[in-house]
Design a protein around this ligand. Structure first.
Ligand code: ATP
Length: 235
């Protein structure tokens, strides 16, 4: 589905991504592990078109989409759920959710169907739909952020640190939800610091260090890898 070949990305002269090549197959749940500042968000922004690569190519379903605008990528099914959620806190939960469909969907009946599905997945959001998004708990706000992304009907959903700042029990539910979304057919690329929980639901994972992908493997290989355990799992 997604293929990056020899991608570089720069902030002025600082190379934040260095020769990154990776694939995400249809239906996979691929985890991107890396410390703070390793380049996870930069990689996501490069895929979603927010940042143009300075070298290399991004291919989506066989089509070269390198340098395309974010709106074109959303249209093609690439939807990013940003780190820190980036909700509109004064706006209602419902308005935040519907915004996810705004850029490219005009099919009213289809939008309503997706909304029903999102509210089924997150029943608490139905209860709180008229409240300001900023008044919700951290976990509930993350549900709004994921729900908003789902409203865009993603084929590839990119989740940037969805568990950040959430209580352990909420984190567990969050990973279960991500797994459900994937099992329902959405391909997922997940950047996480919470390596163990992320790897448990992953099909494959990559490790990024200083803008370079330094390791790749399937779930069991990564969970069993001593370097990965030492650096990211702490066991
Ligand atoms: P975190 O989880 O802390 O967000 P990350 O793995 O997502 O980390 P990035 O945010 O992609 O890392 O940052 C990669 C590198 O690029 C870091 O050294 C960071 O300081 C630098 N960087 C990120 N954004 C910018 C920017 N807008 N201008 C200049 N440098 C940046």
């Amino acid at each position: 589905m997604l293929k990056l070949e020899n991608v570089d990305a720069k902030y002025d002269s600082f190379k934040a991504l260095d020769n990154v090549s990776m694939t995400v197959g249809q239906g996979e749940l691929v985890v991107l592990l890396g410390a703070n500042g390793a380049g996870k968000t930069t990689l996501f922004n490069t895929i979603s078109g927010l940042l143009k690569p300075s070298a290399g190519s991004v291919t989506l379903n066989g089509e070269d989409v390198t340098g395309r605008r974010p709106s074109a990528l959303v249209q093609a099914g690439v939807v990013q759920c940003p780190e820190g959620r980036k909700l509109f806190p004064e706006m209602s939960v419902m308005k935040n959710l519907v915004l996810g469909a705004y850029v490219h969907r005009r099919d009213k009946a289809g939008i309503k169907k997706t909304l029903d599905h999102v509210l089924e997945m997150f029943p608490i959001l139905e209860e709180k739909k008229n409240q300001a998004a900023g008044s919700l708990s951290g976990g509930q706000q993350q549900m709004v952020a994921i729900g908003r992304a789902l409203m865009g009907r993603p084929k590839l959903l990119m989740l940037d640190e969805p568990s950040l700042g959430l209580a352990p029990l909420v984190v567990k539910q969050m990973f279960e939800t991500i797994q459900t979304i994937n099992r329902e057919g959405t391909t997922v690329l997940l950047a996480e610091q919470n390596a163990f929980a992320a790897l448990k639901i992953a099909t494959r994972a990559y490790v990024i260090e200083n803008g370079r992908l330094v390791m790749e493997g399937d779930r069991d290989t990564m969970l069993g890898n001593e370097a990965v355990r030492k650096a990211y799992i702490g066991a």
